[in-house]
Design a protein around this ligand. Structure first.
Ligand SMILES: [Zn+2]
Length: 429
C-alpha cells in the first residue's frame, strides 16, 4: 500500500533533516523514496517512514571508485616468502598466488576491501580483474562472488584485464571473450606490456573488436612505465576514433606522459579531447612505483592532470592497489586518495581542489557510465553524511563519514569521539 502525505505525494521512506548542502546557504532536507531522491528543500513538510537528523552536517553524493584491483587486494602477506627481494621473484610469487587461489580465496580478500570502501563512503566500484592463462577465469569468478555477496552495499563493475598481455599470452583473447560472457562488463587492456609496437596495436585491435561485439566500454592500463618511448596512448586514441567509440574509452595510469616531451604531450592531449577519452590517474600507487631509477629531479609518474582538465577532459582518480605486491598501503578510502591527488598533481587553488573532488565523484561516475549520480531529485539516493561543513574541510580533515546511505538505506555508520582530557596540559608541567 502506498501511503500519501497531506500534500498527496507518496510518503518518503527516509527524510534527512538539517543537511548542509554545497551551494546552499541554509540547511535543507532531503526526501528519499524507493532508493531515489524525491525532494530537496528548505523544509520538507511531511513525515518520512524514517528520519535522520544530519545535525547541520554536510551531505554529499557517495564517492565513486573508478580503478581498483579487487582480485589482488590483500595478497601482500602471502608474498612474504620472497627470499631474494627481487621483482622477478615477486612476480613469480604473484603468479603462484594467481595459479593456486580459489574463487573463494579471492572473494574473501575482495570482500574485506569492499566493506572498507563502503564504510568510507564509496558505493560504486569499477575493478580490473586479471584474465589470463595463469589464473584463467578464477579471479573473475572470485570477484563476481564478492560482488554478489555485497550487492546490498555496493555496485561493482568488472573490467576484464589481460594483465599478462594478449599477443604474448596466447589463449588470453579467448579467455577475455569468455570473461565478457560470464559477467565482466568492460573490456580492459594493457598494450604497452606487449613486446613490439605492432603487437601493441594488435592488442588494442583485439580489445576494440571485443568491445564492439559486446557493446561494452573500454578501460585500459596505458603506458604504466617511465619509458618515454611508451606511446600506446596515441594508438588507443587512433583506435577509439576508428571504431567510433568516442566517449566510451578510458585510459588509466598514463605514467609515461610524465616522461614525454612537452610538445608531444600537448599534441596527444588535443587528440584525446577529439576522441573524448577519459583518464584515471592512480597517484598513490604510481607515486610509490614510478621514477625509482631517476636521479633528482625525480618524475612523479602521473599524467599532467592540470593540462588534461584544461583541455576539458574527464579525469577520475583511483585507489588502484590495496596491500598487494605493488603497494603496501591503501584503505580503499577515496577521500584519502583525493588528498593524495592534490599533493601529487599540485592541485591547491579552490577550483583545482574541486576538480580533485570531482575525480572521486561526478567525473568518476561519468566515465563509468553511472546514470542518476548527484544530489538532485531523480538521482539515486547514494549519499554520505560527513562530519564537516564543506567538502574542502572534509578533504583537509579527512572527516569521518557519519552515515553512508545507499539507495535510501543506511548501510554504514561511524562514531568517533576524540576529546582533550580536562587536564590535557598536564604533560607540559
Ligand atoms: Zn591499475
Amino acid at each position: 500500500m502506498v501511503t500519501m502525505t497531506a500534500a498527496g505525494a507518496p510518503t518518503p521512506d527516509l527524510i534527512l533533516r538539517g543537511c548542509t548542502l554545497e551551494g546552499r546557504s541554509a540547511p535543507a532536507d532531503v526526501a528519499i523514496r524507493d532508493g531515489v531522491i524525491t525532494g530537496v528543500g528548505a523544509r520538507i513538510d511531511a513525515d518520512g517512514r524514517a528520519e535522520l537528523d544530519a545535525g547541520g552536517r554536510l551531505v554529499t553524493a557517495a564517492f565513486v571508485q573508478p580503478h581498483i584491483h579487487l582480485d589482488k587486494v590483500g595478497t601482500l602477506p602471502l608474498l612474504g616468502s620472497n627470499r631474494s627481494g627481487t621483482l622477478a621473484e615477486a612476480i613469480d610469487i604473484l603468479h603462484r598466488i594467481k595459479r593456486s587461489a580459489s574463487a573463494g580465496d579471492v572473494a574473501a580478500r575482495a570482500g574485506v576491501v569492499i566493506r572498507q570502501a563502503v564504510l568510507s563512503g564509496t558505493t560504486r566500484i569499477r575493478t580490473h580483474v586479471d584474465v589470463d592463462t595463469i589464473g584463467g577465469l578464477t579471479p573473475l569468478r572470485g570477484v563476481l562472488q564478492a560482488a554478489r555477496e555485497h550487492a546490498d552495499l555496493c555496485d561493482i563493475q568488472i573490467v576484464a584485464f589481460p594483465q599478462e598481455g594478449i599477443i604474448r599470452d596466447p589463449g588470453s583473447a579467448g579467455l577475455l571473450a569468455a570473461a565478457m560472457g560470464e559477467g565482466a562488463g568492460v573490456v580492459g587492456g594493457m598494450p604497452h606490456w606487449e613486446t613490439s609496437e605492432q603487437d601493441s596495436r594488435d592488442h588494442i585491435a583485439i580489445c576494440m573488436d571485443l568491445a564492439a561485439r559486446f557493446g561494452a566500454d573500454v578501460d585500459m592500463h596505458v603506458d604504466e612505465t617511465d619509458d618515454p618511448r611508451s606511446r600506446t596512448l596515441a594508438m588507443l586514441i587512433d583506435a577509439t576514433l576508428a571504431h567510433g567509440w568516442q566517449g566510451r574509452v578510458t585510459a588509466g595510469h598514463c605514467c609515461a606522459m610524465a616522461a614525454w616531451e612537452e610538445s608531444y604531450t600537448a599534441e596527444v592531449i588535443g587528440r584525446a579531447a577529439a576522441a573524448r577519452l577519459a583518464f584515471v590517474t592512480n597517484p598513490a600507487t604510481n607515486l610509490l612505483l614510478q621514477g625509482r631509477l631517476d636521479q633528482e629531479p625525480r618524475r612523479r609518474g602521473l599524467p599532467p592532470v592540470k593540462e588534461l582538465l584544461a583541455a576539458g577532459l574527464t579525469v577520475g582518480c583511483g585507489q588502484d592497489c590495496v596491500q598487494d605486491g605493488f603497494y603496501p598501503f591503501g584503505a580503499a578510502d577515496q577521500l584519502q586518495v583525493a588528498l593524495i591527488l592534490c599533493h601529487a598533481a599540485q592541485l591547491s587553488a579552490p577550483p583545482e581542489i574541486d576538480a580533485a573532488l570531482r575525480a572521486i565523484g561526478t567525473a568518476a561516475a561519468r566515465l563509468m557510465g553511472v546514470s542518476g549520480y548527484g544530489l538532485e531529485p531523480g538521482c539515486a539516493a547514494d549519499l554520505i553524511v560527513l562530519d564537516a561543513g564543506t567538502m574542502h574541510e572534509a578533504l583537509r580533515l579527512q572527516a569521518p563519514r557519519r552515515w553512508v546511505i545507499r539507495r535510501g538505506a543506511v548501510v554504514a555508520q561511524t562514531q568517533t569521539a576524540s576529546t582533550l582530557a580536562p587536564a590535557g596540559h598536564q604533560e607540559r608541567s
